[in-house]
Design a protein around this ligand. Structure first.
Ligand code: ZN
Length: 188
């Protein structure tokens, strides 16, 4: 069982003081706030590819590194990171071959229904059918998605104007970054 494996390892990890190499505080040393995808391939690769060590950045992860609504919990996390935790620079990092690429909310809802999810109750409890049906929607272009998320973040009334918001795409195989929007260049 995975939990048992984790707990056995964890006990030894603490006993052997393996944590010592990761000691830091809650403020990000390099003042970076990163919104990226929850993709498992990025777990170790992304920090290594960006030369980020433990304590260097605030990491916010969700499905697709997407922010489609400024009341989204990712937006709240970014604002907390900036205002309460000394973050100074935001990076939205999507990736190639993302599970949210071409994902249609209605298709996933159908699948959830087939797998025993109570879609009827979900739809009934939603504020509108439209919102309910598009809730799981992904994107058709990762570049457009990160640019749009970065733009929503940059234009949020509570985000200080001097905070740069960058949009990037990472290759989950090689770690190579492509800049979609350089936040130092204020265009909007
Ligand atoms: Zn992804």
């Amino acid at each position: 069982m995975l939990l048992d494996d984790i707990l056995v390892h964890n006990q030894k990890f603490v006993e052997d003081k393996e944590y010592a190499q990761y000691e830091t505080d809650k403020f990000p040393s390099r003042k970076a706030v990163i919104l990226t995808c929850m993709d498992a391939r990025l777990l170790e690769l992304l920090p290594k590819a960006l030369n980020l060590k433990n304590g260097d950045a605030k990491m916010i992860q969700n499905a697709g590194a997407m922010l489609v609504d400024t009341s989204d919990s990712a937006m709240k996390s970014i604002l907390v990171a900036i205002h309460a935790l000394k973050g100074e620079e935001v990076f939205v990092i999507g990736h190639k071959d993302c599970g949210m690429h071409h994902l249609h909310g209605t298709d996933l809802l159908e699948q959830i229904g087939r797998q025993g999810g109570d879609v009827e109750t979900y739809l009934r409890q939603s504020s509108s059918e439209d919102i309910a049906n598009t809730w799981f929607d992904g994107f058709n272009s990762v570049e457009e998605s990160v640019a749009s998320s970065a733009s929503l973040i940059a234009n949020h009334p509570l985000l200080p104007k001097q905070v740069p918001v960058h949009a990037l795409v990472i290759d989950p195989a090689t770690g190579e970054l492509t800049v979609v929007k350089n936040g130092y260049e204020k265009t909007n």
